[in-house]
Design a protein around this ligand. Structure first.
Ligand code: SF4
Ligand code: SF4
Length: 319
């Protein structure tokens, strides 16, 4: 049985009483590319030594490195920008928002498995961490495995701040419905499980729901919650910008080059649509910012952080 990662099919076949070999020959970790499969088969005596061929040389020297990033206009970006600014320990979870750990946002410090964010933050508090720990978890992950650890944190009065990033869909795995969307996985209409009443029912007294694009409001509320001695939950709600109905609202912004002095603040939000212009600021000789209109969704987060009003807010509203 040649399968990547765990011996899922191998065990199922063996349970049917059929003799089977798999992980005794092929590795349990990493990608099974043709070279790995061929080499494993040779070592197990399934292929002759003469079947060995050298791994092809791949020229990568001239390719720029392209780590994964949050999409342009991603509604999670402001929260991670603020968490980075506040320099608090952040425990992440599994979803597209895990990308908040990468530079320039660099705002996640632990990430284990689905639902681990709240439990790890709670554990840090129980272990006597002098800092206020934050847990960041997506809406569908919260429904899946965030509720028991939240109840546990409430029950033990852990002074942690949980941020539920509610993008109204299951983002990372391809926009599947979840209990918060009002539809079943088969597309049938269903109930909408509201996050705020659910969190209150878990016993959390301090709960606020904020729009994901409101940079200042997220910062203000987080700062207040970080001073509390009991659990608090901030629900940051803003639909995934790649949802079909959200795509219709995209209106790209632009940078006013005469106002921009290349201060780099908008670069720090990590939006792939913000580029370095070839034009340098006369005084500081720094590259000015430039927005790629083909990528920009017009989320206005860069406009909110620019200290020189060099990125005007959108003038066209699309229903
Ligand atoms: S934040 Fe404003 S002034 Fe600074 S680089 Fe960006 S557009 Fe220019
Ligand atoms: S408005 Fe700014 S932050 Fe939003 S997608 Fe466009 S360039 Fe990126």
């Amino acid at each position: 049985m040649v399968e990547e990662l765990d011996p899922f099919l191998e065990e199922a076949v063996r349970l049917m009483g059929i003799p089977c070999e798999g992980k005794s020959i092929f590795p349990i970790l990493g990608e099974l590319d043709p070279c790995v499969v061929r080499e494993s088969a040779i070592q197990a005596g399934l292929l002759p030594e003469s079947a060995r061929v050298p791994r092809p040389e791949v020229e990568t020297g001239s390719l720029p490195s392209r780590p994964p990033v949050l999409c342009p206009g991603c509604p999670h970006r402001p929260t991670f920008y603020i968490l980075n600014k506040l320099k608090v320990p952040v425990n992440g979870d599994i979803g597209c928002y895990t990308l908040g750990l990468l530079p320039p946002l660099s705002a996640i410090h632990t990430c284990g498995c689905m639902g681990a964010s709240i439990g790890v933050a709670h554990g840090a508090a129980q272990a006597g961490s002098p800092e206020r720990h934050v847990a960041v978890i997506g809406d569908s992950t919260f429904f899946h495995s965030g509720i028991p650890p939240l109840i546990n944190a409430v029950y033990n009065k852990a002074p942690i701040v949980t941020i539920i990033l509610d993008n109204r869909i299951t983002g990372m795995t391809g926009h599947q419905e979840n209990p918060g969307t009002g539809h079943t996985l088969l597309g049938k209409e269903s109930v909408i499980v509201e996050l705020e009443p659910l969190v209150r029912a878990c016993g959390v007294k301090h709960v606020t729901t904020i729009l994901g694009t409101k940079v200042d409001l997220i910062e203000k509320t987080l700062k207040e919650y970080l001073k509390l001695d009991e659990p608090a939950v901030l629900i940051v709600v803003e639909p995934c910008v790649l949802l079909p109905e959200e795509r219709k609202k995209w209106v790209p912004l632009e940078v006013l080059a005469d106002k921009c002095n290349g201060c780099t603040i908008c670069f720090r939000i990590g939006c792939p649509a913000i580029l370095k212009s070839e034009e340098l600021d006369e005084k500081y000789q720094r590259p000015k910012a430039l927005i790629d209109p083909a990528m920009c969704t017009g989320c206005e987060v860069c406009a909110q952080v620019c200290p020189r009003d060099a990125i005007p807010f959108r003038t066209v509203e699309v229903e």
